[in-house]
Design a protein around this ligand. Structure first.
Ligand SMILES: Nc1ncnc2c1ncn2[C@@H]1O[C@H](COP(=O)(O)OP(=O)(O)OP(=O)(O)O)[C@@H](O)[C@H]1O
Length: 256
């Protein structure tokens, strides 16, 4: 689907194509994410969401197309694009033997942050995320939600302009989820943009002001949440857009 260029899009994707062997994961995918938005990326299993996110952060090398992050081409100005981006992947990629404090500071080092700035911000993030009491224990002993919070702290430390979150609230308790939402609001009020991929339609509907629906490696619908919903539930819009029908489960009568 052709997407008109936006004047100030912190994320601009054009004609992104990716094959894994004979499986096409992305099929000329184009997308513009408006500045300051919370953009929900939704789509059925295997539709290409993770491949898109991984292409944006340089973990997947696309076969064609282009990605610009805050004006930096991911293919030719990888460092510039990386500096502007923070990411929480699913599954998470953490160093299990490090403590959260060591991990987040290591990420700060890799981002070229001054030690003092890095440790001051890390402490503030740990306090806000209610992780401070466990920040000196190895990550290998953390619960899933604690790992998510550690990954979020590492993603925010260098104050990126674009934050990519794959299933950010999965496994996170309601109190921490509320804190995370208020952190995202604060991040956006400072000019940051969030792209959030999730299967939880109620959450996307509540948090995101813009949505892109990916199906079979293409963006099949995009717009503001209100434009797409037009008074309906996002879940119903999603099912319509991807043309899903309920699977026949009658052959599973042995389950009953
Ligand atoms: N490393 C890989 N090797 C082979 N095929 C892959 C690889 N990564 C993704 N794919 C395939 O590419 C397609 C898109 O996968 P992707 O993980 O991007 O989907 P997704 O929308 O994130 O799915 P989900 O919602 O289930 O996480 C799928 O058919 C998947 O099997």
């Amino acid at each position: 689907m052709w997407a008109p260029p936006l004047a100030d899009a912190p994320l601009r994707i054009r004609g992104l194509t990716k094959w894994f062997g004979d499986k096409q994961a992305l099929d000329e995918l184009s997308l513009d994410v408006p500045a300051g938005s919370c953009f929900g990326l939704v789509g059925p299993n295997g539709s290409g969401k993770s491949t898109t996110v991984r292409s944006i952060v340089g973990l997947v090398r696309p076969d064609g197309g282009s990605i610009e992050v805050c004006g930096h081409d991911v293919g030719t100005d990888t460092q510039g694009a990386r500096a502007a981006t923070g990411v929480v992947l699913d599954p998470l990629q953490l160093f299990e033997r490090l403590t959260a404090r060591e991990f987040v500071r290591t990420m700060g080092d890799l981002r070229g942050l001054d030690d003092e700035v890095s440790s001051g911000r890390a402490d503030q993030l740990f306090v806000a995320l209610q992780l401070i009491d466990d920040a000196d224990r190895p990550i290998s002993g953390y619960s899933h939600g604690m790992r998510k919070k550690t990954a979020l702290a590492a993603a925010l430390l260098h104050r990126p302009r674009l934050l990519l979150l794959d299933e950010p609230f999965e496994g996170v308790d309601p109190v921490s989820a509320r804190t995370m939402r208020s952190m995202l609001d604060r991040f956006r009020s400072g000019g940051g943009t969030v792209v959030l991929s999730s299967h939880v339609m109620d959450l996307v509907e509540r948090l995101c002001d813009h949505i892109g629906v990916i199906h079979q490696g293409r963006v099949v619908a995009t717009g503001t949440t209100e434009e797409l919903r037009r008074g309906r539930r996002l879940e119903d819009v999603f099912i319509d857009v991807v043309g899903a029908t309920d699977s026949d489960t009658t052959s599973l009568d042995w389950l009953g």
